[in-house]
Design a protein around this ligand. Sequence first.
Ligand code: ZN
Length: 148
Amino acid sequence: MPNAGMHVFTGKTSGRVAVARLTQGSDLLDEINSLAERAGFAAATVQFIGALRKAVVLVLDQDTKEYLNIDVPGPLEIVSGSGNISLRDGKPFAHVHVVVSGLDGKCIGGHVANGCEVYLTELVLTELAMDKPLERTLDKEVGVAVWQ
Ligand code: ZN
């Protein structure tokens, strides 16, 4: 018996991918949104690795529903980057998390914010062909825009 509270959306992979090497000095989050828009992907999975000059990640305080900013000075390796693309206000919207390591190899991570400056990043989007559009709207109880 599936969990009745779970919000389930079905579809399939379309077979299309979009792959990019990002420009040095560009903003990671802006570049992910830009590639999704250029490829015309309304829904996709996101994967990336590489290196950043610096990072800004967010962590949601679940009590106050406010994001806390963490500035991470570089140089940094992107140990793992993943997320998804869905629609918000009718446009492709990237929700992405990252784990980065510094020169000592120690890791920190969170929700990717603007301010992550690319040194070298390889980005792969895999398009999802959803049965119905996958759209995100604000859920005040959760404190963020979620799939409805
Ligand atoms: Zn997040």
